[in-house]
Design a protein around this ligand. Structure first.
Ligand SMILES: [Fe+2]
Ligand SMILES: [Fe+2]
Length: 276
């Protein structure tokens, strides 16, 4: 099973030429699924979603997409943020904000962590509701140890190495415990515009264990945070998994790093190696 993980396309702030280079790179990678972990646009505008969808439609492969905080509409028309935050996303990208993709050996669930507003100042923060956490467990009810359980969610549950914990997903302890109970093997996130992969310890729901986090930099925008544009290629199954980090050097995509992971009993994942 091969996935390509991309995120933070940010149409509206796209680097000219990058979408076409990325399209070619994804087709060359020949993945079974393209996972897009949010922030398709800059301001949630209809024309930005149309550009993003035109790009995604040019890649004739199965895909799963979740929204990010930039995909809430109403940056300028603030009332839209409260009355119809997802209208543009749902009319252009997908009515379903939490899609599911299943194939033999793999279940992939999308969760929407972006919020139009909240009782806090920074509305770019993300969180998942208790209802969403409950549905996590039922979506992965398949207890077959051979099935890889993947969660796609925009806001990550762990910061990049040396990074700030600011803007991690809200209700972190509850979320971590829900991920543990649901038997999630791999989380695909973005938001920080940084490429990293880790085995992250989960709060005890039953047994304490770790799952894998893959977080990628911005795929196509100039909103780089000291990181080149890039994507991850993920190969594996419920026993072992590798994550390749591909980065744009201005003319080509180059493979920068590979992280290898192995699963012990009860989906307890460990990093075996990280090679440059
Ligand atoms: Fe972003
Ligand atoms: Fe974001």
């Amino acid at each position: 099973m091969r996935l390509v993980h991309i995120s933070d396309l940010h149409f509206g702030a796209v680097e000219p030429g990058l979408p076409e280079a990325l399209r070619v790179a994804i087709l060359e990678a020949r993945p079974d699924l393209v996972a897009v972990s949010g922030d398709l646009t800059m301001r949630g505008l209809k024309r930005e979603f149309q550009e993003a969808t035109t790009f995604l439609d040019s890649i004739p492969l199965p895909r799963i997409v979740v929204p990010g905080n930039h995909d809430v509409q109403g940056t300028w028309k603030i009332w839209e943020r409260f009355l119809s935050p997802w209208k543009n996303y749902q009319s252009v990208v997908d009515r379903n904000l939490e899609p599911v993709w299943r194939a033999p050996g793999i279940n992939v669930l999308g969760a929407n962590s972006a919020r139009p507003a909240g009782w806090y100042l920074d509305w770019s923060r993300g969180r998942v509701s208790r209802r969403q956490m409950a549905s996590l467990a039922s979506s992965f009810r398949d207890t077959d140890k051979e099935v890889l359980h993947v969660l796609v969610v925009h806001h990550p549950p762990a910061a990049p190495p040396g990074g700030t914990p600011r803007q991690l997903i809200g209700r972190l302890d509850e979320f971590s415990s829900a991920v543990n109970r649901a038997g999630v093997d791999l989380i695909l996130s973005g938001h920080f515009h940084m490429s990293y992969a880790q085995a992250i310890p989960l709060k005890a729901g039953q047994a304490t264990r770790s799952c894998i986090l893959s977080s990628v930099s911005t795929a196509t925008s100039h909103r780089r945070k000291g990181e080149p544009n890039g994507f991850h290629v993920i190969d594996g199954n419920a026993r072992e998994l590798s994550i390749q980090d591909w980065a744009w050097n201005g003319t080509h995509y180059l493979k920068r790093r590979t992280w290898m992971f192995q699963s012990g009993p009860d989906r307890d994942w460990k990093m075996l190696s990280a090679t440059l």
